[in-house]
Design a protein around this ligand. Sequence first.
Ligand SMILES: NC(=O)c1ccc[n+]([C@@H]2O[C@H](COP(=O)([O-])OP(=O)(O)OC[C@H]3O[C@@H](n4cnc5c(N)ncnc54)[C@H](O)[C@@H]3O)[C@@H](O)[C@H]2O)c1
Length: 313
Amino acid sequence: MPQRVQRIVVTGGAGFIGSHLVDRLLGIDSGEVVVFDNLSRGRLANIAQHRADTRLEFIEGDVADAKAVRDVLRGAQVVYHLAAQSTVMGAVADAEYTFRSNVIGTFNVLSAASQLGVERVVFSSSREVYGEPITLPVDEDSPLLAVNSYGASKLAGEAYCRAFRRELGLQVGILRLANVYGPRDIGRVIPTWIDQALAGRDLLVYGGKQIVDFVWIEQVIDALVGVAALEGPLPPMNIGSGTGTRIVDVARRIGRFVTGQPHIRLMPARSMEVTRFVANVERMRQMLGIAPPLDPLMHLGHLIPAPVTAAGL
Ligand SMILES: NC(=O)c1ccc[n+]([C@@H]2O[C@H](COP(=O)([O-])OP(=O)(O)OC[C@H]3O[C@@H](n4cnc5c(N)ncnc54)[C@H](O)[C@@H]3O)[C@@H](O)[C@H]2O)c1
């Protein structure tokens, strides 16, 4: 890997994780950063803070469009491939779009990267590839038994990453992200519960007993940037906190922050959702030197508007 990368592509760079990655990349002066996003869930506002930075280029397009992907990747050294239908419920609602974006889109990125001599691709996979784990914590050699179409699409993406590596020597790092939380996230449980609590409504909790491994956005960005710089073998790696939290406890904690008195309404569990996951993060610790905090939700307060936080704390 050269010391100074000239052109980095972030697919999905207008989304939640992608936009934080863009912040970091521009912050460490890594050269030109190109965001490629179809704005299906991403927002230009997420990267608007860099509007005046000539190193950032935004290209609207779809990863399912092979030619557009090739055009964007031309001249790139590193590609962070984050563009995807990124939620379990979204994938249930539109399995075909999920297949196009997550499977064909990933194939297109890998294919263009290998044809164009890209030095490193980082693929944002998911803990959903494991499905319903047999034992906790889940290490990277556990069986991959995805149970929903989102997990299936990430599993297929991973399989293509391995095939391109073995057949064509493409350097691909696979990160299996746990449940990421942070500013700019939309539609997932933590931002949804914060919005419900701020509006004085009940917090709707589906199931409630699910065990989830929440990981703070900045730790995920450390991992993405770290894996792009790793030398040597690139085995798949869990990125999580290594600590499980019952989701009803997260809802209670948010409710306490915001109103002092959480109003939780328990709803029936949704069958497509995995009921428990805790990542074994030893590989992450050893290969990337990342040490997750003891309390994975220690940053929750950063997501709640300041006057409320002051009162709630
Ligand atoms: N947030 C999490 O907890 C989490 C957990 C595991 C894995 N991941 C993965 O990390 C990546 C980023 O997730 P996120 O949370 O930032 O989600 P996000 O939805 O905020 O970001 C995904 C981005 O991809 C774009 N996109 C979607 N389909 C596209 C397509 N066909 N072509 C081009 N752009 C497209 C969206 O507009 C969006 O900006 C995704 O691959 C997701 O599957 C996220």
